[in-house]
Design a protein around this ligand. Structure first.
Ligand code: FES
Ligand SMILES: [Fe+2]
Length: 409
C-alpha cells in the first residue's frame, strides 16, 4: 500500500512544484539536501538576525564566544521573537522570561523556574548546523543533522591569492525560480538590457539586440551552462560568454571585468579572471535572498573599487506625470531591469507560457531540476550534493568569457 502511495506521489510531481519550498513540499525537501547560504560574515555582528528560510522562521546569531547558531525564531516558552534576544557568551537569551539557548538549541537556563527545577533540560529548541566559508554563512536544514553532506568548496570562496569581494545581502519579493531561470536565458542580455554599442544599459557589441549571438545550452556536472558565441578575431577562434546555473540555486558569470564586453576586443584575449557567484536562498514561495561573492585573479590592483568607475553611468529616464506603473522608470540599471521582468512574470505554477526555441536553456534547467527533485523523492542524492569522497575537491563552475578555440563546450 505504502509503495502504491509513493508511486502515485512521484507521478504527480512537475516542474511547477519548484515554486513551493515549505517543509514537506517536493522542492522544499529537495532544497533541504543542500547547504544553503543564510548570511554573510560581515553582516552578522552583535545583534540577532531574524530570517525566514524555506518557509521556516529562524534567527541567526553569533554568541560572545564566536560560535554561530541558527535556531527557531520563536522562543519555545511562549513564542516571543528571539530576534530581540540578548547575545551572551553561552548563547541567546529571550527578552521575555530570560530562557537561555545555546547555538545547538539546548535550553541552558530558566531563571523564573524553581531553583531546583530540571525542566530546562527537557526543552530542546529547533536548530540547524551552520558553517562559514569565504565570508558566507551556510546552513544545512536537511534530514540528517548529525551527519550532513560536505559543504562544497565553491572555487570563488576558496583562498587562491586573488582579490575577494562579498556584497551585502539583497532581498527580493518574488519567487526564487524566476531569478534562477534568468541565468540560462542569454537572449535577455541582448534585449532586456538593450545592448547596443551606442545605446542601452550595457552598450555591448557582443550582447547586441540587432545581432543576438547564437547560444548552446549544455548539461554539466553541476547543472547547466549556456555558451553564447560570435566569430572571433581569427578563423579558428570565437568570442565566448558562458553563464552557468549550479544546483540547487547558484548562478555564476565571469564577465564583470569586461562589463559585458564593453572593453576593446583585444582585452578579451586572455579570458576572464573573475568568478562572480550568486547564491539564491528562498525565504518562502514569494521571497528570496541573494548572496554575491566575487573572486578576481588578474593583475589589476584594487580591482573591485575600480570596477564601479568603469561602468557607464545609468541612463536617466523621466517618469511621465500620467504614468502610474509601479516600477517606472526601470531602464538603465541592469538589476532593476531584471527585477521588473522577473518580478512581473508570476510564479511558474500560476502563469501561462508559450515556450520557444530560444528557451532551450530554461527547458534544460527545468529538466535537470525536476530530475533532482525526483531523485530526492526516491531517496537518492540529488545532483550537486557531495559525497564524503568528494569533500575536498574544489567545485568549479564554468564562467569563461573571452576568446578561445572554436566549438569548445
Ligand atoms: S517567551 Fe521566551 S522565555 Fe518566555
Ligand atoms: Fe539580466
Amino acid at each position: 500500500m505504502k509503495e502504491i502511495a509513493r508511486v502515485r506521489k512521484l507521478a504527480k510531481i512537475s516542474i511547477a512544484d519548484v515554486a513551493h519550498v515549505g517543509p514537506g513540499t517536493a522542492a522544499g525537501e529537495w532544497f533541504r539536501r543542500y547547504w544553503l547560504v543564510v548570511g554573510t560574515t560581515k553582516e552578522l555582528r552583535d545583534i540577532p538576525l531574524g530570517l525566514k528560510v524555506l518557509g521556516e522562521d529562524l534567527v541567526l546569531f553569533r554568541d560572545l564566544n564566536g560560535q554561530m547558531g541558527l535556531i527557531g525564531l520563536h522562543c519555545p516558552h511562549r513564542g516571543t521573537s528571539l530576534e530581540y534576544g540578548d547575545i551572551e557568551e553561552r548563547g541567546i537569551r529571550c527578552p521575555y522570561h530570560a530562557w537561555l539557548f545555546d547555538v545547538a538549541g539546548n535550553c541552558l537556563e530558566q531563571p523564573g523556574e524553581p531553583r531546583d527545577s530540571q525542566y530546562y533540560k527537557k526543552v530542546k529548541h529547533l536548530s540547524y548546523p551552520v558553517r562559514e566559508l569565504g565570508g558566507l554563512i551556510f546552513a544545512y536544514m536537511g534530514p540528517d543533522q548529525k551527519n550532513p553532506p560536505p559543504l562544497p568548496r565553491y572555487s570563488p570562496l576558496i583562498e587562491n591569492g586573488g582579490q575577494k569581494y562579498i556584497e551585502l545581502t539583497r532581498y527580493y519579493d518574488y519567487n526564487w525560480f524566476n531569478f534562477i531561470e534568468n541565468g540560462v536565458d542569454p537572449v535577455h542580455f541582448s534585449v532586456l538590457h538593450r545592448s547596443d554599442p551606442s545605446d542601452g544599459t550595457w552598450r555591448s557589441w557582443f550582447f547586441n539586440r540587432h545581432d543576438i549571438p547564437h547560444f548552446d545550452a549544455v548539461e554539466t556536472a553541476y547543472g547547466v551552462k549556456v555558451i553564447s558565441r560570435k566569430p572571433g578575431p581569427t578563423a579558428e577562434t570565437e568570442y565566448v560568454d558562458e553563464k552557468s546555473v549550479a544546483l540547487p540555486s547558484i548562478i555564476q558569470i565571469g564577465d564583470l571585468e569586461f562589463t559585458h564586453f564593453h572593453k576593446p576586443r583585444s582585452a578579451l584575449a586572455e579570458g576572464s579572471h573573475i568568478e562572480h557567484i550568486m547564491f539564491v536562498t528562498p525565504n518562502d514561495d514569494d521571497h528570496f535572498m541573494l548572496f554575491t561573492a566575487d573572486s578576481y585573479t588578474g593583475l589589476e590592483s584594487d580591482f573591485f573599487p575600480k570596477l564601479a568607475d568603469t561602468r557607464p553611468p545609468p541612463l536617466k529616464e523621466e517618469k511621465k506625470e500620467y504614468d502610474h506603473r509601479k516600477h517606472m522608470p526601470f531602464r538603465g540599471s541592469v538589476r532593476h531591469e531584471d527585477i521588473v521582468t522577473q518580478g512581473t512574470q508570476g510564479r511558474i505554477d500560476e502563469r501561462n507560457e508559450r515556450l520557444a526555441a530560444s528557451d532551450r536553456g530554461v527547458i534544460l534547467l527545468r529538466k535537470r531540476i525536476l530530475n533532482a527533485m525526483k531523485a530526492v523523492q526516491k531517496g537518492a542524492l540529488p545532483q550537486g550534493v557531495l559525497t564524503k569522497e568528494r569533500a575536498q575537491k574544489i567545485v568549479k563552475i564554468d564562467s569563461f568569457t573571452g576568446i578561445r578555440a572554436k566549438g569548445v563546450f
